[in-house]
Design a protein around this ligand. Structure first.
Ligand code: PBG
Length: 335
């Protein structure tokens, strides 16, 4: 097959710079562009008293009270952001070995979902399905003698997913990387008469240093014992991501996520090409922190870094991006 290069005229018949000579022609010929519709705004919530509580490792991100989360939901709608994602910081006193608080129907996450849907019924609300905010060891699963119990964890995740769907969550996003959880969640949702609940599977999730600031944000940094390498993927692997996605698609996932984002653009492209499903990237806390830290030092132009990185996800094949920059990006896109 002739390659693209064989079909290109030689210089000077071809002068690629012709297409770059002015802003109007660059706009006219741009292949990928970012829109507010592509954004899912990630928000940290807490059960403390303050309305907003700054996260040290993520300047500009606050932990929000239930009321502040409802206000953020209204803000998202006003800006045209289609969906938000909630991540909870749970008081240490409520954490235990098996993450019991994850199954509390009156817990922080269900309360936030209800408040946000009441304030902004037209907004999509996504929630993580995982145990790590609720366990005292900081792992996403049940830990026994230093090992994660896969199937026992999956049973709890299915209950957690049903509880969150019943609270009004639109998108259930299992981020735990246990085997078989998407199928179990889908079956549990059907049995609970929640046929419309969407599953956005964190299908290709890597064991990454870039989650560091998030663990500070949700308060598992001190708690986490060991690492998550027995369930999250090894960052040297690529084919394994397709296998994880294939299993989740077969088990009933509606949408797929690759995480972290920017260091894994190759995986986004492969997943999009292989499955053609709505595919999302997660620009995680460490990516946020890098841009913020460099910008604070005057080493990067923050706004340009935001738009360039978010557009890179689109170019790689993502349909949208979960990002802590969603509000700022939406404002930039307006201006
Ligand atoms: C865990 C979870 C993590 C993130 C979202 N859900 C961290 C982890 O797996 O340790 C990371 C989000 C971020 O870094 O912004 N279920």
């Amino acid at each position: 097959m002739a390659s693209l290069h064989d079909r290109t005229a030689p210089f000077p018949a071809a002068r690629p710079r012709r297409l770059r000579q002015a802003e109007w022609v660059r706009r006219l010929t741009r292949q990928s562009s970012l829109q507010t519709e592509d954004l899912i705004w990630s928000l940290i919530v807490h059960d403390g008293r303050e309305d907003r509580q700054p996260v040290a490792a993520m300047p500009g991100v606050d932990r929000l009270s239930v009321d502040a989360a409802a206000a953020a939901a209204e803000r998202a709608v006003a800006l045209g952001i289609p969906a938000v994602a909630i991540f909870p910081n749970i008081a240490p006193i409520k954490k235990d070995r098996v993450g019991t608080e994850a199954l509390n129907p009156d817990g922080l996450v269900p309360a936030c979902v209800k408040a946000m849907k009441a304030a902004a019924p037209q907004l999509g609300v996504m929630v993580d399905v995982a145990l790590d905010p609720f366990t005292d060891h900081g792992h996403d699963g049940i830990l026994e003698n230093g090992r994660i119990l896969n199937d026992e964890t999956v049973a709890r995740l299915a209950d957690q997913a049903v509880l969150l769907a019943e609270a009004g969550a639109d998108i259930l996003a299992p981020s735990d990387m246990m085997d078989g959880r998407v199928g179990a969640i889908r079956t549990a949702l059907e049995n609970a008469r929640q046929p419309d609940a969407l599953i956005l599977s964190y299908a290709a999730k890597y064991a990454s240093c870039f989650y560091g600031p998030y663990r500070d944000a949700i308060g598992t940094a001190v708690a986490l014992q060991g690492d998550k390498k027995t369930y999250q993927m090894d960052f040297g692997n690529s084919d394994e991501a397709l296998k994880e996605c294939a299993m989740d698609v077969a088990e009933g996932a509606d949408m797929l996520m690759v995480k972290p984002g920017l260091p894994y653009l190759d995986i986004i492209r492969r997943v999009k090409d292989a499955f053609g499903l709505p595919t999302f990237a997660f620009q995680v806390s460490g990516e946020y922190a890098m841009i913020k830290a460099a910008s604070a030092n005057g080493w990067l132009d923050e706004n340009r870094a935001i738009l360039e990185t978010l557009t890179a996800f689109k170019r790689a094949g993502a349909d949208g991006v979960v990002t802590y920059f969603a509000e700022q990006a939406a404002l930039l896109l307006k201006s």
